[in-house]
Write a protein that binds this ligand. Structure first.
Ligand SMILES: NC(=O)c1ccc[n+]([C@@H]2O[C@H](COP(=O)([O-])OP(=O)(O)OC[C@H]3O[C@@H](n4cnc5c(N)ncnc54)[C@H](OP(=O)(O)O)[C@@H]3O)[C@@H](O)[C@H]2O)c1
Length: 345
């Protein structure tokens, strides 16, 4: 097998999905994934036929796998030495501790949204700034929320130009596989106002002046954004035009809550399970077509974000940008999505 050799450091919620998506690509191979110790998740690496490594190089850590049913091919440095690029999928804020290791190894690196933009000084979303990321040493794929905002607001900005946006983010309390977070029986506002979520879009997209409020609610399955965008005068669009822009945008799905029978995130997730992707993932941003209204210059709409998976194909495209193997983001997105679809169906 040939292709860009992609290491995945951290094989949890995001890492295992990214590994499977990279495995599906015609121009990439997964050189290995890492775990901190011998745990249940190692079995998945074995099942995928991906070499397993330890997240660090300490002999004690590596020896912790001895006697378990999982064997490792070495530590992180060993993995980096047989790779061209590393996708860091460590828990938020842990990735930054791995940064110096990547710099010392001289390897290209991609972080996730749990790290700060300042870590790499550049961030990534395929529809916003693929070209700015061509050939760079390191980047950060923005968070699931920021990715969702970029998918619907950037194509709109390309048509109307500069705009101001207010967004309320109704956030899932925890991922389905996470028993450590909450709230379980409360609605918890983020009391840092405005929240950091919306403004993070400005790290990848110019000319969108955005602020946000955020609130966590007791659900595990999706985030919902309630968005108000102030379009410039003379934009000339109708609500139908806006929907048509999104219909022509990759990785955005628009369906009707009433006539398609998808009134809430529960039905969106059921539809995602019907599609047959592993884990019931939905890489696309879901917009309720009957929840979109353009009134003069004010556009209001709702969208739902599958937090565990919308960033997954973005990581694949980011590899193509850093390795400078595809300059056109639309071509990269097409290869990524088609390969994922073919391998998962
Ligand atoms: N979950 C989401 O909804 C979501 C969405 C978008 C972006 N993100 C971002 O993606 C990143 C990963 O989040 P996640 O939800 O996948 O976390 P996670 O489920 O907790 O998985 C993290 C993985 O990193 C491994 N790990 C622990 N210490 C490490 C180290 N020092 N170096 C490398 N790997 C290490 C863990 O190994 P063990 O399994 O062996 O403990 C685990 O496999 C974060 O930046 C997060 O903010 C998450």
């Amino acid at each position: 097998m040939t292709g860009v050799r992609v290491a995945i450091n951290g094989f949890g919620t995001i890492g295992k999905r990214v590994a499977k998506a990279v495995q599906a690509q015609p121009d990439m191979i997964v050189s290995g994934v890492t775990k901190t110790g011998p745990s249940h998740g190692c079995a998945l690496a074995n099942r995928y036929g991906i070499p397993l490594y330890c997240t660090d190089d300490s002999p004690d850590r590596i020896r912790s796998f001895d006697g378990s049913e999982y064997s490792v091919s070495g530590g992180l440095s060993d993995l980096l030495s047989v790779s061209d690029v590393v996708i860091d999928c460590a828990p938020g804020k842990v990735g930054q501790k791995n940064h110096h290791t990547y710099l010392e190894a001289g390897i290209k690196h991609i972080f996730q949204g749990g790290e700060k933009h300042e870590l790499t000084g550049i961030s990534y979303t395929s529809c916003s700034n693929h070209s700015q990321n061509l050939g760079v040493m390191g980047t950060r794929v923005v968070s699931c929320n920021t990715t969702g905002l970029a998918r619907t607001l950037v194509p709109l900005r390309e048509v109307v130009g500069e705009m101001r946006v207010e967004c309320t983010m109704i956030r899932r309390a925890a991922d389905p596989g996470d028993s450590n977070k909450g709230p379980v029986n409360a609605i918890k506002p983020v009391l840092k106002v405005p929240s950091h979520h919306g403004p993070d879009l400005m790290t990848v997209a110019e000319k969108i002046d955005i602020t946000s409020l955020a609130v966590a609610v007791p659900t595990t399955i999706m985030h919902v954004h309630a968005i108000v965008a102030y379009l410039p005068s003379g934009h000339g669009l109708t609500t139908a035009d806006v929907l048509s822009i999104w219909e022509n945008t990759p990785r955005v799905i628009s369906m009707s809550g009433s006539s398609d029978g998808i009134p809430s995130t529960a039905e969106v997730m059921e539809m995602a399970r019907d599609i047959g992707r592993p884990w019931g993932d939905l890489h696309e941003i879901f917009v309720w077509s009957d929840g979109v209204s353009l009134d003069g210059n004010v556009l209001r709409y709702f969208q739902a974000i599958h937090q565990e998976s919308d960033v997954v194909p973005e990581n694949v495209d980011a590899v193509r940008a850093l390795m400078d193997i595809e300059q056109d983001w639309r071509v990269s997105v097409d290869i990524t999505d088609r390969s994922i679809k073919e391998s998962f169906s």
